[in-house]
Write a protein that binds this ligand. Sequence first.
Ligand SMILES: NC(=O)c1ccc[n+]([C@@H]2O[C@H](COP(=O)([O-])OP(=O)(O)OC[C@H]3O[C@@H](n4cnc5c(N)ncnc54)[C@H](OP(=O)(O)O)[C@@H]3O)[C@@H](O)[C@H]2O)c1
Length: 295
Amino acid sequence: MNRARRMRRARADGEARGGGRASQLDVAIDSRSTLPLRTGRSMPVIGLGTWQLTDETADTVEEALRRGYRMIDTSGDYGTQPAVGEAARRSGVDRDEVFLVTKVEEDEDAYESTRRNLGELGGERADLVLIHRPPEEGAGVELWEGLIRAKEEGLATDIGVSNYTADQIDELVEATGETPVVNQVEWSPFGWSPQLLDYCRERGIVIQAYSPLTRARRLDDETLAEVAAAYGKTPAQVLLRWNLQMGIAPLPKANRWDHVAENLDVFDFEIGEAHMRELNEVNERFSVLGSLPYA
Ligand SMILES: NC(=O)c1ccc[n+]([C@@H]2O[C@H](COP(=O)([O-])OP(=O)(O)OC[C@H]3O[C@@H](n4cnc5c(N)ncnc54)[C@H](OP(=O)(O)O)[C@@H]3O)[C@@H](O)[C@H]2O)c1
């Protein structure tokens, strides 16, 4: 049986992905698959992170696009935007097929910052612009209004947030009527939140997982190693697949080209329900940054 048929049969069997939690993914996925956004548009299921992607950034991003990555995550403060833009142009991949994500800082004017980011990326629009993190006080309604303006003027096709709690998202929505399409947060089996997942699913907000590989700090975990061995995959691939099966878009970063390739080779296996439950249970709110920014 070929892979597509196997995947379809898994669905037909009614196997709930995510260890009993309904998944947003209702089609067999591959590297070109997308997740629906609440605006009616869609976003690739996996992307390349570029924080500290400092080794020949443009070459690495170009190689990633050639290999099939279709989403690149950057930010005004990563220093990688010019190289990301250059790689997107050099790759030969149609601009409409590349999904560029960037972010504005919480102490900036969000609209002006979006314009500056576009200048660095070298394009007329970004596919998704996020508030990088909430400001020290409040949820950042003014920032959100700046991004709404950027969206209305076509500088950002979609807008969202990063490092937001459910309450902070509620505050933005109550003040403006505009719901973020994405909340980008640190997310791995070792640190995630069933409550935030339910909140986002109920509102059609897609979670993007940053530091999905725990910056390689938990790759030697015993449970993870056992699950990986069961499928003949690496621990990193299992971490990414766990996210995909939850309907969450992981953003693994890799300087090494073998890592870039390995992290996209996650579409030829499916973690079974029992293994998903085992992975869900290793949650200890682990964070590479010290603590998870959400409840
Ligand atoms: N919104 C936010 O506040 C926020 C915060 C942090 C990160 N992010 C975004 O999320 C992206 C990913 O997060 P991250 O960079 O913190 O960490 P990560 O993706 O969890 O881990 C990156 C590390 O894992 C290594 N690695 C990659 N693939 C591997 C593999 N297959 N096997 C073993 N090791 C592997 C990389 O090594 P090599 O580089 O040597 O290949 C690198 O050291 C960032 O780049 C950024 O775009 C967003």
